[in-house]
Design a protein around this ligand. Structure first.
Ligand code: PMP
Length: 470
C-alpha cells in the first residue's frame, strides 16, 4: 500500500491542521490531539500577541522568558534580512570564520560578568549545556583525571532536555518514561524558601544547603565530580532566588574540591535581573557560562558557552593534544544570521537602556504582585527579583501543604487569565505561575496583567471552595 499525502479541505483552519498533524513540547499529547490548541498566534508587537481570530493578549512571560526586547522589531528583521542577503550561512568547522560571529565573540567576552577567554556557539540552551558537560569532561581527561566526571545539579534546576541536560534538570516530569537521568548526574537540595527552607533564617538556610552539598560531595568522592551547574536564579523550576549568603557558602566548597562551576545564565543573562548577568547580581564566579534566549531575544535560535582561561588553557594546551582536534560542533554553530541578530539585539538593549528599564519596571511589577497576592488566601508565596516573579498556590500556608496536583490549580489559573487576555505559564511540577514579561512592557500593561491574574486566582479559588477542595 502506498502512503498517500494528507488531504484536507481546511487549509486555513490552522487549529485543525495543528491538532491533526503536530505534536507539541511539554503538552499532554492525547489532550492536544483531542482538543487542539487554545489559540493560533499570528502577530506580535511589543508585549502584545494577536491570534488568527484577532484576539489580543499581553504576553506576561515574553514567550519562554526570552523575547526581552519585545516582538516585531523592524530593526531585527532588517539585520537578519541583510545578513541573509550578504552571507546567509557559513560553517565554523576547521577554522572557517565569518565576520559577524567573530564580532559577536569579542563583544560577549567584553561584557562577560567575570573574565572569560573564549566563546563557542550553539543553537539552544540545551545543546550549550550539553557542550559545557563535554568541556568539563575533556578538561578532566586532558588533566588525566579520568574518574572526575559526575555533574551535580540542583533539584528544580532547569538546564534543558537533551539526553544529558534533561537529567541535570531536577524536575521529575522530564525524567519519567525516558530512562533518565543518565547515571553520572547527582542532584542536591533546591534553595526553596517555602519548602526546604521553611522556618529557617537566610543564614541558617544557606548553611544547611551548603552542608547538603558538602555531604553529597563527600559521599560521592570529590575525585568523581567534574562540575556543578546552577542557574543564578532558578527560572522554570519555580523562580527561586537563593537565600542571602548562598553562593558565598557554596563556592568555596566547589573550589576546595576542584569542581568546576557552570553558571546557566540562559534566563538571567542579558538583563532580566536588572544587571547584564545573574552572576554579577549574586557574586558568582563561574568557570563556564551558558547563554541563550536573551542573546537574540529569540529572534533567532542561538546559544553560547563562555569559557574561562583556566579551562581554555587546558583544552588548548599540550595535555589535550593527545585527543586531536576538538571533535564537537554543530552545522549551525556560529550561524551568521544568528550572530547578526544577536549584535542587533545587543545594540537595541544598549541604545534603549533596557537593562536599567528591566530593573525599574521589575521593581514596579514586584510591588504590584506583592500588593495583589501577598495576603491572598490561596497564595503561599510571591517571589522573584526585578523582571522575573512567581506566585505559588498552596492549600495551607502555615504547614505548608500543597494541593493535590490532580486539581491542576496553576494551569486553571493560567486558563482563566488567558480568558482575560493575558498569557502566562504554569511551571512544571509546581503549583506556580511565572511572570517574566518583555523588558519594554509598560506599567499600564503590568497593571492589566496583575488585575487579570487577581481575577483569575479569585475565580479558581471560588471553584476550589465550591468543590470542597479548599
Ligand atoms: N537553561 C535554562 C536556565 C533554561 O531556562 C532553559 C530553557 N527554559 C534551558 C537551559 C534550555 O534551553 P532551550 O530550551 O533553548 O534548549
Amino acid at each position: 500500500m502506498t502512503l498517500q499525502p494528507p488531504t484536507h479541505n481546511f487549509e486555513n483552519d490552522y487549529a485543525e491542521l495543528d491538532r491533526r498533524y503536530a505534536f507539541h513540547p511539554f503538552t499532554a499529547l492525547a489532550d492536544h490531539e483531542k482538543n487542539g490548541p487554545a489559540f493560533v498566534l499570528s502577530h506580535g508587537e511589543g508585549s502584545t500577541l494577536t491570534d488568527t481570530q484577532g484576539r489580543r493578549y499581553i504576553d506576561a512571560l515574553a514567550g519562554l522568558w526570552c523575547v526581552n526586547i519585545g516582538y516585531g522589531r523592524a530593526e531585527m528583521g532588517e539585520a537578519m534580512a541583510e545578513q541573509a542577503r550578504t552571507l546567509s550561512y557559513a560553517h565554523a568547522f576547521s577554522s572557517m570564520a565569518a565576520d559577524k560571529p567573530a564580532m559577536l565573540s569579542a563583544r560577549l567576552i567584553n561584557m562577560a560578568p567575570v573574565p572569560m577567554s573564549k566563546v563557542f556557539f550553539g543553537n539552544s540552551g540545551s545543546d550549550a549545556n550539553d557542550t559545557q558537560v563535554k568541556l568539563a569532561w575533556l578538561y578532566n581527561n586532558a588533566l588525566g583525571r579520568v574518574h572526575k566526571k559526575k555533574i551535580i545539579a540542583r533539584q528544580r534546576g532547569y538546564h534543558g532536555v537533551t539526553l544529558m541536560t534533561a537529567g541535570m534538570t531536577g524536575l521529575p516530569g522530564l525524567h519519567a518514561g525516558f530512562d533518565l537521568p543518565l547515571p553520572m548526574i547527582r542532584h542536591t537540595t533546591a534553595p526553596r524558601r517555602l519548602w526546604e527552607g521553611h522556618g529557617l533564617s537566610d543564614a541558617e538556610f544557606a548553611a544547611s544547603l551548603a552542608a547538603d552539598l558538602e555531604a553529597l560531595i563527600e559521599a560521592e568522592g570529590a575525585d568523581t565530580i567534574a562540575a556543578m551547574i546552577m542557574e543564578p536564579l532558578m527560572g522554570a523550576g519555580g523562580v527561586i532566588a537563593p537565600p542571602e549568603g548562598y553562593y558565598a557558602a557554596i563556592q568555596p566548597i566547589l573550589r576546595r574540591h576542584d569542581i568546576l562551576l557552570i553558571a546557566d545564565e540562559v534566563i538571567c543573562g542579558f538583563g532580566r535581573l536588572g544587571q547584564n548577568f545573574g552572576s554579577s547580581v549574586f557574586g558568582m564566579e563561574p568557570d563556564l557560562i551558558t547563554i541563550a534566549k536573551g542573546l537574540t531575544s529569540a529572534y533567532f535560535p542561538l546559544s553560547a558557552c563562555l569559557v574561562s582561561d583556566k579551562v581554555w588553557q587546558v583544552l588548548a594546551g599540550p595535555a589535550h593534544a593527545k585527543f586531536g582536534a576538538f571533535g564537537h560542533g554543530y552545522t549551525y554553530s556560529s550561524h551568521p544570521i544568528g550572530a547578526a541578530a544577536a549584535l542587533a539585539n545587543l545594540d537595541i538593549i544598549e541604545r534603549e537602556g533596557l537593562v536599567a528599564m528591566a530593573g525599574d519596571t521589575g521593581a514596579y511589577m514586584q510591588a504590584k504582585l506583592r500588593a495583589a497576592f501577598g495576603d491572598h488566601p490561596l497564595v503561599g508565596e510571591v517571589r522573584g527579583q526585578a523582571l522575573i516573579a512567581a506566585v505559588e498556590f498552596v492549600k495551607d500556608k502555615a504547614a505548608p501543604l500543597a494541593f493535590d496536583p490532580g486539581l491542576k490549580v496553576a494551569p486553571r489559573v493560567i486558563a482563566a487569565a488567558r480568558a482575560r487576555g493575558v498569557i502566562g505559564r504554569a511551571l512544571p511540577n509546581a503549583d506556580t505561575v511565572a511572570f517574566s514579561p518583555p523588558f519594554v512592557i509598560s506599567r499600564e500593561e503590568i497593571d492589566t496583567v496583575v488585575a487579570a491574574f487577581r481575577d483569575a486566582v479569585d475565580e479558581v479559588m471560588g471553584e476550589l471552595r465550591a468543590s470542597g477542595d479548599f
